[in-house]
Structures are given as structure tokens and as C-alpha cells.
Design a protein around this ligand. Structure first.
Ligand code: OAD
Length: 247
């Protein structure tokens, strides 16, 4: 089956990869809907919202600070490196990630559509300006925006918020023109990200899913690999390099 996917990629002109938290699991970043980790008792839907921030910004910042500390310590895994490599095999290649950890760029992927933002960046809750700070946020003393005095928040998309408009539009355009779409390590539960593979398939793309567990996409996909992305993606790229690109 993997050889068949490699063959499709050899002929593909346009491809999209959508990644989710499972992509970074082998780097040691807990997934959102997994049961491990210190914060497993909280649901992301209860912390990653404006309502939660207004009600208890200290708790929300404690959660983000824990995640930031963790993310600063982890490294890309072989799956991230394989995707950076895969970009060389498909002329029109778009990498869309729901992950806010920045690991794709660290692995060398040059163009990454971070549709849920980046956890290491800050912005103002009121005027939405990007804010650069020298020191990490202290949840007990959240700094105020130097422009308008609003509270500083992480620059990620929270539940109920719009995604960055140009970025998500670019992702949908890429999905519509894709010959092949790979959905990797995402539970495909959070929209609009989860709509991307459906749109791609509707427009004629071959849909490939890489996920040890079943998701709402599993029945729709042309190829399912119940495997870890950090193992399967390097195998795929290795297979591609053995034969080379078909013009
Ligand atoms: P989830 O935690 O919902 O799903 C992670 C998926 O990765 C699951 O389906 C796992 O089976 C799979 N998985 C685990 N280990 C894997 C591995 N080694 N290789 C491949 N797959 C593996 O994370 P997301 O789908 O990314 O949104 O969640 C989507 C969004 O919900 C997140 O971006 C975040 C969250 O709330 C915002 O922050 C806006």
C-alpha cells in the first residue's frame, strides 16, 4: 500500500499535508485528546477560549506556560524531517498544520501554514497587535499591552475564534487543487481544519490518512495507515528516493 502511495506522489504535481498533534507525539508533546500529562484533567475546550481567559487568565496562562516550557525542550522527530523532505517531491506542495509548536519549521519545512497560530508568540487581547517580550509571562502578573493596556495572551486560535483569514484561505485553495492529500496525526474533529481533506477529496484528490486510531476521515480515505507518523513518513520518503521522480 505504501508503494502505491509513493507511486502516486511520484506523479503528483500538487499536494497538501495536514498535520495535527499526533505528528508531534513522538517528540514528546502530548496530544490534545490523549489521556497523558499533567493537564489531562482539563479539556482544551475549557481552557483555550476567550471565556476561560476572562474568567481565569492565571489558570489559562499556567496551562500555556506549562506547554511552552515543554515545547522549548522538544525536538522535531523523523516524521517532521520526512515532511520537510517530501516538499522536494511535489512541485506545488503545501504543509498545513494545526500544531502551534513550530516543530515543522525547526525541521526545515520552509513554507508552513500555521492555521492555529504559534504558542511561542504573544498578542494583545484588545488591540490584537503582536507583542514581543524579553521575559516569559508570569501567570500571576500578566503584563499589559504597551499600546493599549490590554492583557497579553498567546497568539493561538482559541475555540470560537476565526482562523487567520488569508492563511486558511490559502489552505482551502491548496486543498481544492491537490492531486494528493495526506492527513497526518489529527483526530479530524476540529473544523475548519477537518474540512480540508473532505474538500480535497471532493475535488478529486487521493486521500491518505496516517493515524494509529480511526477518525471520522478513516472511511473516506483511499489509503489508511494505522501507523505512527514518525515511522511511516520516513519509510515513504525512503521509498521515493529509491526510485526517483516521474516527470
Ligand atoms: P488530537 O489530540 O485531537 O488528535 C491527535 C491524533 O493523533 C489522534 O487521532 C491520535 O490517534 C493521533 N496520533 C497519536 N500519536 C500518533 C502518532 N505517533 N502518529 C500519528 N498519529 C498519532 O489533536 P488534533 O487533531 O491536532 O486546536 O486537534 C485539533 C485541534 O484541537 C488542535 O489544533 C487544537 C485542539 O483543541 C486549537 O488549539 C485551536
Amino acid at each position: 500500500m505504501l508503494e502505491q502511495v509513493a507511486e502516486i506522489i511520484r506523479h503528483a504535481q500538487r499536494g497538501v499535508v495536514l498535520t495535527g498533534a499526533g505528528m508531534s507525539a513522538e517528540s514528546g508533546v502530548p496530544t490534545f485528546r490523549g489521556n497523558e500529562g499533567l493537564w489531562a484533567k482539563f479539556r482544551p475546550e475549557d481552557l483555550a477560549t476567550m471565556d476561560a481567559f476572562i474568567a481565569n487568565s492565571k489558570l489559562v496562562w499556567e496551562w500555556y506556560k506549562w506547554r511552552r516550557d515543554l515545547i522549548r525542550q522538544v525536538k522535531p522527530n523523523p516524521g517532521h524531517y520526512a515532511l520537510a523532505e517530501l516538499a522536494r517531491w511535489i512541485p506545488d506542495f503545501t504543509l498545513v498544520t494545526q500544531n502551534v509548536d513550530g516543530l515543522h519549521r525547526l525541521a526545515g519545512s520552509e513554507r508552513v501554514l500555521e492555521i492555529h497560530g504559534n504558542i511561542l508568540k504573544n498578542k494583545c487581547i484588545a488591540c490584537d497587535r503582536a507583542i514581543e517580550l524579553d521575559d516569559e509571562i508570569d501567570p500571576k502578573q500578566i503584563p499589559a499591552c504597551p499600546h493599549c493596556g490590554g492583557k497579553i495572551r498567546p497568539d493561538v486560535v482559541w475555540f470560537g475564534e476565526m482562523l487567520p483569514e488569508e492563511t486558511i484561505q490559502e489552505a482551502f485553495e491548496a486543498a481544492e487543487r491537490a492531486d494528493i492529500f495526506l492527513s497526518v496525526g489529527t483526530s479530524a474533529l476540529v473544523h475548519p481544519a477537518a474540512t480540508l481533506p473532505v474538500v480535497a477529496k471532493r475535488h478529486g484528490a487521493i486521500l491518505v490518512e496516517i493515524n494509529p486510531d480511526e477518525t471520522p476521515l478513516t472511511g473516506l480515505a483511499d489509503f489508511n495507515f494505522a501507523a505512527k507518523s514518525g515511522e511511516l513518513l520516513p519509510e515513504l520518503v525512503e521509498m521515493l528516493s529509491r526510485v526517483g521522480k516521474t516527470e
